[in-house]
Design a protein around this ligand. Structure first.
Ligand code: HEC
Length: 150
């Protein structure tokens, strides 16, 4: 009987450990197979469509990133999260997959990107939703990019 109880406790502990590590799982919709190109095949030199043609991110700028974080909170996190898909794709890895110019053009000129960019067209079919024009300027988009560099 004692052995049985011991086994039961051991199994419960294992079960608990297993289950409590489960929330670490992060769904990555962007890597699942589907129609069109997947993000890992993106061309990092692609600058997208919009006013930004070339920026040179210098050393990480903490205060600019802070400004970007507050824009993300107010203007972006209703539809995006960093690590998982919401109404739109996760933003935590965008700078690993796209150039900063591409991300800034997406922020400033989503309608132009939706019309012209093949990857964004693919995202529209995948997410079944459009990113609206958010009336942000290039300085604000630059701040968001700094926040996403973290
Ligand atoms: C109303 C919902 C909504 C808001 C608000 C929104 N987005 Fe989006 N976003 C989307 C959707 C949907 C897509 C995918 C379809 C598309 O691009 O239209 C997208 C796509 C993107 C992409 C392309 C991602 C990739 O993997 O290529 C970036 C970058 C992006 N958004 C950044 C932002 C940022 C930064 C903000 C805030 C300044 C923001 N979005 C606000 C809905 C939104």
């Amino acid at each position: 009987m004692r052995v049985y109880i011991f086994k039961l406790i051991a199994i419960s502990i294992l079960f608990f450990v297993f289950c409590s590590s489960a929330p670490d799982y992060v769904p990555k919709i962007r890597y699942t197979p589907g129609p069109g190109p997947i993000s890992s095949e993106m061309d990092k030199n692609d600058k997208g469509t919009g006013p930004i043609t070339s920026i040179k991110p210098g050393p990480f700028d903490t205060s600019l990133a802070k400004e970007g974080d507050s824009i993300l909170n107010v203007k972006c996190y209703s539809c995006h999260a960093l690590q998982y898909s919401k109404i739109g794709p996760p933003l935590g890895m965008v700078l690993k997959e796209h150039s900063p110019e591409y991300v800034m053009n997406m922020i400033i000129n989503p309608l132009g990107m939706e019309e012209k960019d093949p990857h964004v067209k693919f995202l529209i079919t995948r997410y079944g939703s459009l990113m609206p024009y958010l009336s942000l300027d290039s300085a604000q988009a630059r701040a968001v990019v700094e926040a996403l560099r973290k």
